[in-house]
Design a protein. Structure first.
Length: 744
């Protein structure tokens, strides 16, 4: 057993430390909070904080660009820029108002026309015309500044001109400025004047050439158009003779009116036939069914049938009355029956006559309808025939009119072009000729300095924001609460002047009042939460080594002890124990001895570490070779159970989560945990990954403690926690404290 203990305590080499702390943590998590997207929006204060924290990037970038601007300004060769201006004319000053090609082609009528002329001034042809005017000494003087240039400099006068000329249209006008830059101010003015002169001369030559060409073209087109007009007129006359339609429009009107009349008659005939057919069909049904025709309304309503039916009814009534007085053989009865029989025969004859009328009416309406339909169809064909004839006729007539109009216009334009060929005028005029400038345009010292200042500020800001963009370290409450998903319970400021041992006992020694108040705030925060308020055992861990988890564990335990709670610190970092060093204790017996050698718990605990006797410490007892087996053993569970019986608060100092899983083994045995984060050290991706491991354990995570906050930036990141106005509450030796008496 002792040999095992020795192996546990003295294990070294690669197994003794966190040999994979620095292995890649490439978890690519976004900045959204756990369980959803973050709604955080950066404000002006956040951007000012980014600049405040990286002010040196801004200053260095500014100095580099501003210095470069000064160097460029000093070393630049002076360049002079001369300017000549011309006005584009909307319409030439002509003695005769012309509408021909020479009167419209070069008129500035739209923005497109104006831009076309501007691009013409920038063309290679204009540069070649100007270069042709530079001869002899002027050409030598013009090219002298470019003879000793680098390999990229122009080699010909045309290339030099194209590179240094600038055509500038004046806003909301037809004025164009021609600017030319040259190291010699006189040469710059001379070339600018050459440009405007060549532009005006070029347009004038071009217009004269266009006029002569237009005259010949119009003559040819007019002759061709005359022959086309004669051809169309001949075709139109031949069509009239062939179709015999000298008055086609009148024939069309008559045929159309006749078709309209037939349509109305056909509609009426269809209605009449429909009525006659309905009566006829009803009659046929009565006859087929042997029904009395006197029940048919059209038969019964006939005057003769109606009269005979009434007479027949009267005779029957008379017979009925006579039968009451006489027998059948009586002469009166015989006469009455004969009258009845005769009336019935007359009634049948009347019915047959009306039936014949209905049949006759049906046949006549049917024949009438058929005749009208036939006549209507014939008239439609006639109208269509006339329409087809009119289409071709109208086409020929319109074509004749169009060709005649074109011919008339060509003749008019020929006349105008002949007149205008001798009265051409310029399409632009010079407003100001270029003069040698008094001062160079390059270098522009105010502009260069302004660009240096703006460029330097821009570069510095860009670098600062780029560095901030790639900075993935946890430093703000937003990072902790929204990204990691923890409540920020406390913030511990940076301690610079104390040793490791003094830092571990700063709460007891009260050597830094701000730190002491920070742990008191953490204690109060734990008391306010229902879960942490009654938590007996608390695990303290972090993401990486060096984040201050042992510092937090020892001082939090001391804070519990100061508040009268019996507290125990258990150092569970069996690989790299630190509690005994920071509290200046021996590490001869501890967790390893209790769990491996089964040493009694009371013998391993070092008691009364704090002056009030409420703080005990259980160190590791050495370094273990198999810490995970020890922490997951039954003996360790019994150790925790025994500690729970004797202490109000138990603080477990555990290894970092990113290195090993020891803390996760202990988690099921505690009531909750605290996550220690060192300000501006751990990356959000690594911290977020390990925070999820804690949250997935189903053990309450009370929150996070931000450690080592730099006071120089605390007012920017955590103004609600640290402000200059709070200083008098932390400094017992301040002037106000001296006036009000000693600290008690």
């Amino acid at each position: 057993m002792s040999s095992d203990k020795s192996n546990h305590k003295k294990a070294g080499g690669s197994n003794s430390g966190y040999y994979y702390y620095d292995e890649g943590y490439s978890y690519n998590y976004s900045d959204s909070g756990i369980g959803g997207e973050s709604s955080h929006q950066k404000g002006i204060k956040d951007y000012l904080l980014i600049l405040r924290e990286r002010i040196w990037y801004v200053l260095i970038g500014f100095l580099l660009v501003f210095s470069l601007a000064i160097v460029v300004t000093v070393t630049q060769t002076p360049i002079y820029q001369a300017t000549a201006s011309i006005q584009m004319l909307r319409q030439e000053a002509q003695l005769i108002n012309l509408t021909g090609p020479t009167g419209n082609e070069h008129v500035i009528a739209s923005a497109e026309d104006f831009n076309t002329e501007v691009h013409l001034m920038q063309s290679l042809r204009m540069a070649e015309s100007v270069a042709a005017r530079l001869t002899g000494d002027d050409r030598v003087h013009f090219m002298r500044p470019y003879e000793k240039g680098g390999a990229g400099d122009p080699l010909t006068p045309v290339e030099v001109i194209m590179k240094n000329v600038k055509i500038v249209p004046m806003r909301m006008s037809l004025v164009v400025a021609v600017q030319y830059s040259h190291p010699d101010k006189d040469m710059a003015a001379q070339v600018a004047n050459y440009f405007v002169e060549e532009y005006i001369d070029y347009n004038l030559r071009l217009r004269i050439e266009d006029s002569m060409k237009a005259m010949e073209d119009l003559r040819v087109r007019a002759e061709s158009q005359r022959r086309e007009v004669e051809k169309i007129e001949t075709q139109l006359q031949e069509y009239r003779e062939r179709t015999g339609t000298t008055s086609l429009e009148e024939h069309q009107d008559i045929a159309t009116q006749r078709l309209r009349t037939l349509s109305e008659m056909l509609t009426q005939a269809e209605n009449d036939f429909t009525q006659a057919e309905t009566s006829y069909q009803t009659l046929r049904e009565y006859q087929e069914q042997n029904r009395p025709l006197t029940d048919f309304s059209l038969i019964a309503s006939a005057p003769d049938v109606q009269s005979l039916s009434s007479e027949l009814s009267g005779i029957r009534i008379q017979i009925a009355q006579l039968s009451e007085r006489y027998r059948e053989k009586h002469p009166s009865m015989i006469q009455a029956h004969e009258t009845l029989q005769q009336t019935q025969q007359e009634l049948q004859a009347a019915i047959a006559s009306n039936v014949a009328k209905l049949e006759t009416n049906y046949e006549s309406t049917r024949r009438n309808l058929e005749n009208l339909r036939k006549e209507h169809a014939e008239q439609e064909q006639e109208v269509l025939r006339l329409s087809r004839l009119s289409v071709e006729y109208d086409n020929l007539r319109r074509e004749s009119q169009v060709q005649q109009g074109v011919y008339v216009q060509l003749i008019a334009r020929m006349r105008d072009t002949t007149i205008s060929s001798g009265v051409e005028s310029p399409s632009a005029r010079i407003i100001d000729r270029a003069r040698p400038p008094l001062k160079p345009s390059i270098p522009n010292i105010p502009m260069n300095l302004a660009m240096g200042i703006l460029g330097g500020i821009g570069l510095g800001l860009g670098v600062a924001f780029f560095v901030a963009f790639i900075d993935d370290r946890v430093k703000t409450a937003f990072d902790i609460e929204n990204v990691l998903g923890f409540t920020l319970l406390g913030i511990v400021p940076e301690i610079k002047k104390l040793t490791l041992q003094q830092k571990a006992q700063v709460v007891s020694n009260e050597e830094d009042r701000q730190v002491v108040e920070a742990f008191r705030t953490l204690h109060s925060s734990l008391k306010l939460n229902n879960e942490s308020k009654f938590a007996q055992s608390i695990l303290v861990t972090s993401t990486l080594p060096g984040e201050g988890k042992s510092f937090t564990s020892s001082n939090l335990a001391q804070t519990f002890a100061i508040h009268g709670e019996k507290t125990l610190i258990i150092d569970c970092d069996l690989r790299m124990p630190n509690i005994h060093k920071s509290l200046q204790l021996e590490n001869k017996a501890g967790v390893i001895d209790v769990c491996v050698d089964e040493m009694p718990f009371e013998e391993a605990v070092q008691k009364n570490i704090h002056k009030n006797g409420n703080l005990d410490v259980l160190t590791t007892g050495g370094r273990a070779k198999n810490p995970t087996q020890i922490l997951s053993s039954k003996n360790f569970e019994r150790l925790v159970a025994e500690a729970r019986k004797k202490y109000d608060r138990i603080v477990f100092d555990t290894p970092p989560l990113a290195a090993v899983s020891d803390a996760l083994i202990i988690l099921p045995l505690v009531d909750g945990c605290l996550f220690t984060i060192k300000f501006n050290k751990v990356k959000r991706s690594a911290a977020k990954h390990n925070s999820r491991r804690l949250l997935d354990s189903n053990v309450p995570v009370f929150g996070a403690v931000l450690n080592n906050l730099s006071l120089s930036v605390s007012g920017y990141y955590y103004a609600q926690y640290y402000d200059k106005s709070y200083y008098e509450y932390y400094a017992p030796d301040s002037k106000r404290a001296a006036e009000e008496g000693p600290l008690r």
